[in-house]
Design a protein around this ligand. Structure first.
Ligand code: FE2
Length: 146
């Protein structure tokens, strides 16, 4: 953790984002069933966004002056996202990812409150953008449930 409430909160967002990136890619690789092609492609679209966001979140933390602890061990100890199961059926994968999108939204909301308290407009703008992306991803995943 850092000495700053905003970057502390962003560190949790980063851990969640990294974990969700890996989990979404896991499900891209391992999904099976009648909807294979559409889910394989949907998951690719989502992990590609999460991949880019990893860098953006980390560099926001650096811009605010804190170092970015970035090891799998640290991410695993901080994240709210549970590991994926490559043997889960397609519907379980979609349901889990929808729930995970809600979890990262919660972490983003915590970071937003810290940024609002500090009147850090650029970080507020950055976080609100990510909230919009995750709300849309959650909607698409929920709409893919049978
Ligand atoms: Fe692929």
């Amino acid at each position: 953790m850092t000495d700053n409430k905003i970057t502390d909160a962003l560190q949790i967002v980063l851990a969640d984002n990294y974990a969700l990136y890996l989990k979404t890619q896991n499900y891209h690789w391992n999904v099976t069933g009648a909807n294979f092609r559409s889910l394989h492609l949907l998951f690719e679209e989502q992990y590609t966004d999460l991949f880019t966001a990893n860098d953006d979140i980390a560099e926001r933390i650096r811009t605010l002056g804190s170092k970015v602890p970035a090891t799998l061990g640290i991410f695993a100890s901080v994240t709210n996202i549970e590991d994926g199961n490559e043997n889960a059926d397609a519907q379980t994968m979609v349901k889990e990812l929808a729930d995970d999108q809600a979890k990262i939204l919660k972490s983003l909301t915590n970071a937003l409150h810290a940024a609002q308290k500090a009147q850090d407009e650029a970080t507020i703008d950055f976080i609100i953008n990510r909230i919009g992306v995750h709300e849309k991803a959650a909607w698409i995943l929920r709409s893919s449930l049978l």
